[in-house]
Design a protein around this ligand. Structure first.
Ligand SMILES: CC(C)(COP(=O)(O)OP(=O)(O)OC[C@H]1O[C@@H](n2cnc3c(N)ncnc32)[C@H](O)[C@@H]1OP(=O)(O)O)[C@@H](O)C(=O)NCCC(=O)NCCS
Length: 153
């Protein structure tokens, strides 16, 4: 078990490096469900991993996207935000988002948006995201409740 004071380092990675964590944390480790986004391999997609030593413990992927809000802003969609079970709540997800936001700002991003899982909305609020009123929906992939969320960078 890692301790909260372990140092996380954040790197850009190839998306396939994230599949195992995406599947385990976000898809109940179901081997039959796809954990790839059709945009994963595009040059403009940006994938981040948080590592404790050699162990990959956080994933976050960003895709240029026309957003459902503020369409005049250069926007990326966040997908597959996940922290491994035993190190959730240690601040690592927030660190990865902070690094990602800085890099994406450098690429011209002005806004992020996502479909935020109901159980994760507290995390997004704590990291500066806003919820779109009336945007409650079930994810077609997981059937879990989500809301549309965004953050101006
Ligand atoms: C949601 C998730 C990505 C958060 O990552 P994390 O590394 O555990 O979050 P952090 O430890 O960096 O938390 C940062 C802040 O958010 C808060 N937070 C984290 N998860 C929370 C939750 N589920 N509900 C309420 N607050 C939460 C923390 O308390 C912390 O607040 P603080 O800054 O006031 O101390 C992670 O818990 C996870 O992978 N959950 C399961 C998969 C999932 O739901 N992913 C999101 C899909 S949209």
């Amino acid at each position: 078990m890692s301790e909260p004071f372990d140092i996380l380092h954040v790197e850009r990675v190839h998306p396939t490096a994230l599949h195992e964590l995406r599947r385990r944390v976000l898809r109940s480790d179901n081997p039959d469900i796809s954990v790839a986004d059709p945009r994963d391999e595009e040059d403009t997609a940006v994938h981040f991993a948080g590592f404790l030593g050699d162990r990959l413990v956080v994933s976050a992927s960003f895709y240029p996207s026309t957003p459902p809000m503020n369409p005049q802003l250069a926007t990326y969609q966040l997908r597959y935000m996940a922290t491994d079970f035993d190190v959730q709540g240690c601040g690592y997800g927030a660190v990865v988002l902070e690094v990602a936001e800085a890099e994406l700002r450098g690429l011209g991003a002005q806004q992020l948006w996502a479909n935020g899982r109901g159980t994760a909305l507290g995390f997004y609020r704590a990291t500066g995201w806003s919820t779109v009123p009336g945007s409650e929906h079930l994810s077609p992939e997981t059937q879990l409740p989500h809301k549309v969320i965004f953050k101006i960078l």
